[in-house]
Design a protein around this ligand. Sequence first.
Ligand code: FES
Length: 397
Amino acid sequence: MSSSPLPQSATSKGRARTLNAPPRAGALSQWALLPLRGFLGVTFLFAGLQKLANPGFFNEKSPSSIQAQLTGAARVSPLHALLAHLLSYAVPIGITIAIAEVAIGLGTLLGLWSRIAAVGGALVSLSLFFTVSFHASPYYTGSDIVFLFAWIPLIISGGGTRFSMDARIAREAATSQGAPPPELVAIPFAQVQAFCGHYEKRNCTARNNEPCDQTLCPVLLGPSESSEREDAVHRRTVIVRSAATAVVGASAALFAAGTAEVGKVIAGSPSTPGVNELGATSVTTTPGQSAPSQSEGTLLGAAKDVAVGRPAVFTIPSSGDPGIVIELAQGHYVGFDTVCPHMGCTVQYSPSNNMLVCPCHHSEFYANNGDVIQGPAPHGLTKLDIVEGSDGNLYLR
Ligand code: FES
């Protein structure tokens, strides 16, 4: 009688290969989600901290504020009616988004509540897709749709077993209750067949060609657990996970508050040096009145208040949007609606390189015609018709 515990067919020369360790690809697959988790976790954590560290994000006068971004998104988003209603809640929405991004980033990086973090990340990406990048063309140039699909593997499979607090807590909870570790182990199906026999002409080779019966194969049946033990493992997993969440959450809150304070100190008081503000006034010729050089238009202000390298800003009467007038060369003025076509932040003029730059996501535009130098803005700025009258004033037509 053979001393081997394996069926004869398994130890025969022809079957030896099937009893080896699971294929290396199976073991390596446990690492497959780590790069994705790392990228998404770092990106969302960074995005949240960046918002908290930027005092301008919550300051409605800042061109990069959440108010400016919501206003811009309300113009272009298919959800514009909803966004228009949310404008008055811009600051709480901004704080919620920033905190959610930090929580999602940390959960993903640490592998803590991985699936919930992934669902949160997908929802944030979906909302950004509908508010920010819906009009990206071609559609694959918008990043949010890519982020949305990048979260799906983590929603389906969780954070994996490597460098994952969820996996570690589950393992320790099982060990503490004397239950087997919860990890799934990949076993080649041929190896299962070697233990349990295989199906051939409706009969099982391991059962002397009797009909197959899955319940007689321990590999297919899996470990049997008492429900009390399962409940105890589940309870302990939830308790330890909640405690870990409290510790991580408290540390993150302290770190985020510190980041916001450091941001305030570094940013100092907001100022936009070298920019004049013009008061736009509608001007219409009336009979007998000494008319300005333009018969009709909007008086912006004295041309001498704008100089090369020193633009002036004003409010465009027809839209309420912020506008800018730039003197490119002596007596040569150009003007633009400074609402960024990407997400509605207010672009600013950079005299050192003679371009308009968006402070939110760094789109760049030519100062002579407003065309895009670099995205993510999908198209250029709206150009305004600025003329200098013979009375020395600038007019918007
Ligand atoms: S709002 Fe995103 S680049 Fe301007």
